[in-house]
Design a protein. Structure first.
Length: 258
């Protein structure tokens, strides 16, 4: 499943889970928000689409990574983790579809939605059938609790594997940016220190007054120590600035009856 479809499924599943009324007309969705979510979304209804052309023609919100409503949905899911149930006709075997929001942050940002389906009977990853429909939770639904945690760990491992190339690229770019900033800022301090060191050598070669040389040397050493301290602070600041955070957050899960 591509990212656009994942975003669409997550968005519509979320609104169904909170009992919002969803009306669709040729790709344009009119969402009537339940009253208890008015304050959260700061409005009572939303017009959205997942098609860029429709968004331009109808002056509505395009739901893509970075859009306000998608961010609100992911934030709410992170806090509450709503679960919906979907089934194929005649389905009897339980599975779980985990939706993860992968986010790498630093000087730059990267984020993407990933979905993984795990069959709870044999703890294997499977593809999603095309004929899933939302249903109420069956009264006879039984999930094997001891398989929930292993299924989540399996999904998380797969998500990390699927995003490993993006992670490597992000970390490499962050390291390159740090090295460039390090050279730019630190070279100035190194040049100042070298000039001060050279001034001691020059003073020793041009003066015969040992006391003055000694006094000059101590004065220069004191200046060098101050510069070294400033240099240490700058290095710490650069390290903090370029620190990379890697987050793999579960934003929602769906029970699938296959």
């Amino acid at each position: 499943m591509d990212t656009a479809q994942q975003i669409k499924d997550l968005t519509l599943s979320f609104f169904k889970t909170i009992n919002a009324k969803v009306n669709e007309n040729n790709g344009l969705y009119h969402i009537i928000i339940p009253e208890k979510y008015f304050n959260y979304f700061q409005k009572s209804n939303i017009r959205i689409t997942f098609d860029e052309k429709i968004a331009e023609e109808n002056n509505c919100e395009l739901i893509i990574p970075g859009s306000k409503t998608l961010f609100q949905i992911i934030t709410n899911c992170n806090n509450k983790g709503p679960i919906s149930v979907k089934s194929i006709p005649g389905g009897i075997h339980p599975a779980i579809r985990y939706h993860f929001h992968v986010s790498f942050s630093g000087v730059k940002q990267y984020s993407q939605l990933f979905s993984i389906i795990v069959d709870l009977e044999n703890l294997s990853m499977i593809d999603a059938p095309a004929n899933l429909e939302s249903i109420e939770i069956p009264s006879d639904l039984k999930l094997t609790s001891e398989k929930i945690t292993p299924s989540f760990e399996l999904a998380l491992d797969k998500i990390k594997e699927n995003s490993s190339e993006a992670k490597s690229s992000f970390v490499n770019d962050a390291n390159t940016a740090f090295e460039n900033d390090f050279k730019l800022f630190i070279s100035r301090y190194d040049d100042e220190i070298k000039e001060l060191d050279d001034s001691i050598t020059k003073k020793e070669s041009t003066s015969k007054d040992d006391e003055k040389i000694k006094e000059f040397r101590f004065d220069i050493i004191d200046k060098i120590e101050k510069i070294e301290k400033e240099k240490t602070v700058i290095i710490e600041t650069l390290q903090n600035k370029h620190q990379v955070n890697l987050d793999y957050n579960l934003v929602s899960a769906e029970i699938l009856i296959l």
